[in-house]
Design a protein around this ligand. Structure first.
Ligand SMILES: Nc1ncnc2c1ncn2[C@@H]1O[C@H](COP(=O)(O)OP(=O)(O)OP(=O)(O)O)[C@@H](O)[C@H]1O
Length: 309
């Protein structure tokens, strides 16, 4: 269980994390999504007891991060966004080293390491030196390392960052496997789509504020209820917007690349009516086509609309 209550971190006048209220139930995989600088690393490092909150509280498995940091550390596996590995160790030695750091019962270490290497698909690399692994393999090894002391909670800061598409896919498979282990997992990323298959819930962090939290299932339902229509053409200034504003199925209009992207919540027949209306208004439409709706854009637009932005 991860809980934060009005958690804040300020650097001088700047609030890197502001009044964060988060509740992540046991066994949930939660994705924290935000652009660069949104405050993800700051939030995660407070939960990992590496940075002290300016105000507010954070609890991991009921332990408060500033008052009981040692107890918190025992319950978490933390993968920072930038990490170093001990180059002159083999994969197995590396895992044994961390098991020793956490005083894992030596009788359990081999079986646990074998199991984790299987989960992160590195079984055949057990005797390879860590510095000979690709970046993707090192990042998967880090996940195994975080799990060596069998923590209830995993905190992973951008585990897929810097990976090529193939390695990202492998990482996604590994993250997917974590769900079956029953861990409570908090993953940060700046790419929401990466989490759609992996997370149960997603929160959007913008300039330090958690602006929206939703179950992934709800988001996926949303994405099938909304369509993005691309409209290009020649119109009098403001004319297109006026006609679109009168259509109650138009959720959002967004100018992009000398045209408009319209978020639409009507049926196909209603969409056809909209096109007819535009033509009846004498507009020279050169494109009126459905585009794939980017789930991240959709989520951000819907949360911005909710906020009245
Ligand atoms: N030690 C620090 N001193 C001053 N400002 C800081 C410090 N650490 C972070 N910040 C600022 O806090 C804000 C949030 O940074 P943070 O690293 O948490 O964002 P992030 O979402 O993790 O970004 P990224 O995806 O780039 O890692 C940024 O504006 C950053 O410049």
């Amino acid at each position: 269980m991860i809980l934060t209550q009005n958690l804040c971190k300020r650097y001088g006048r700047m609030a890197a994390v502001q009044d964060m209220n988060l509740s992540i139930a046991p066994g949930t995989v939660f994705g924290l999504v935000g652009e660069n600088g949104a405050g993800k690393t700051t939030a995660l490092s407070m939960l990992a007891t590496l940075s002290t909150p300016t105000s507010g509280r954070a609890y991991i498995q009921g332990f408060e991060v500033t008052r009981e940091p040692r107890a918190v550390r025992r319950c978490i596996g933390y993968m920072p966004d930038a990490f170093g590995v001990y180059d002159d160790l083999t994969v197995m030695e590396y895992l044994r080293f961390f098991a020793d750091c956490y005083r894992v019962d030596r009788r359990l270490v081999k079986a646990r390491a074998d199991d984790l290497l299987e989960r992160v698909r590195l079984t055949d690399k057990r005797d390879t030196y860590v510095n000979a692994l690709s970046r993707g393999m090192q990042q998967r090894l880090e996940i195994a390392r975080c799990l060596m002391h069998d923590p209830a909670v995993l905190i992973l800061d951008e585990p897929s960052s810097g990976l090529d598409p193939k390695s990202r896919l492998e990482m996604r498979t590994v993250l997917h496997g974590l769900r079956d282990m029953g861990k409570t997992v908090l993953i940060s990323t700046h790419i929401l789509n990466e989490l759609a298959e992996v997370a149960d819930e997603v929160g959007i962090l913008r300039r330090g504020e958690l602006v929206a939290v939703a179950a992934v299932q709800v988001m996926v339902q949303h994405s099938s209820a909304y369509r993005t229509i691309r409209i290009d053409g020649r119109f009098e200034p403001g004319e297109l917007e006026r006609v679109l504003a009168a259509d109650r199925h138009v959720v959002d209009v967004h100018a992009a690349d000398a045209g408009w992207n319209v978020l639409y919540a009507g049926t196909l027949a209603q969409q056809a009516d909209l096109l007819t209306t535009l033509v009846q208004h004498g507009m020279a439409i050169t494109q009126f086509s459905e585009q794939p709706t980017d789930i991240e854009q959709l989520f951000l637009r819907l949360s911005a609309i909710q906020e009245g932005m």
